[in-house]
Design a protein around this ligand. Structure first.
Ligand code: B12
Length: 190
């Protein structure tokens, strides 16, 4: 039964069916599936399959974008379940996708998980210039900078941010987390 729901989530995601993804995610929660299971084996696994089809030129940007919106609808159902309340924040995190990059699904998942782990989150969204992260350390006393970049062409934004932190004498004040795309589990290894 649970595998059927997860497969249905993947199918609805592929079809870009926002309402379907939201309803099925809710149904999976109601049936007692673990959030991690719904996220990893439903939503993320569905998005990975879309990534493989995109890479193979079987689908194109408009379809991926529609599926991405459906993914957001599913994540919005899960988000409240990640967020613990009434607990002292473990630290303050400034998170964003680096300049030149508009991908935000993975960044949003990380943001959700950190919120669930009691971190206070400043989410700068996408296309974030290095200076904005540096200002967050200077002016808002963030403890961690978390940068996402899925494009080879925008990865240098991470390096530029770290260099700017060093130049401002702030590098020792903050921890930096960086990450890019996962290898799709269902694509052949090189
Ligand atoms: C969805 C998608 C899009 C959507 C984005 C919608 C959105 N709102 O995000 C749209 C259609 C807009 C898009 C556009 C483009 N895309 Co695109 N896209 C994808 C796709 C299919 C899925 C990405 C995704 O969301 N995966 C699901 C999430 C859950 O996984 P994730 O992002 O990896 O995140 C996880 C981890 O990486 C990690 N993580 C991520 N960030 C962070 C940050 C921190 C701090 C930490 C700790 C962890 C962490 O945790 C996450 C949860 O597990 C990938 C293919 C792929 N296999 O990744 C291509 C892909 C990333 N895109 C690609 C390309 C080339 C483009 C375009 C340039 C295409 C074009 N010709 O215009 C444009 C770029 C636009 C821009 N300037 O950004 C390439 C990048 C290749 C490269 N090496 O540079 C990929 C790899 C496809 C490919 N194989 O060619 N894309």
């Amino acid at each position: 039964m649970s595998d059927t729901i997860l497969d249905d989530i993947k199918t609805a995601l592929y079809r870009g069916d926002r309402t379907g993804v939201a309803n099925l995610t809710r149904k999976a929660l109601d049936e007692g599936l673990a959030i991690k299971n719904i996220l990893d084996d439903g939503l993320i696994s569905g998005m990975e399959a879309i990534g493989v089809r995109f890479k193979n030129n079987e689908i194109f940007i408009p379809e991926v974008l529609i599926s991405a919106k459906a993914m957001h609808a599913g994540m919005a159902i899960l988000e409240p379940h990640f967020t613990a309340s009434g607990i002292k924040p473990a630290g303050k995190v400034a998170i964003g996708t680096v300049k030149g990059d508009l991908h935000d699904i993975g960044k949003n998942i990380v943001s959700m998980m950190l919120k669930g782990a009691c971190f206070q989150i400043e989410d700068f969204g996408i296309d974030v210039p290095p200076q904005k992260f540096v200002d967050a350390v200077k002016d808002a006393n963030v403890d961690i900078i978390a940068m996402s970049s899925l494009l080879t062409t925008s990865m240098s934004g991470m390096r530029d941010t770290i260099k700017l932190l060093e130049a401002a004498g702030l590098r020792e004040k903050v921890k930096v987390m960086v990450a890019g795309p996962r290898s799709p589990r269902n694509s052949p290894r090189p």
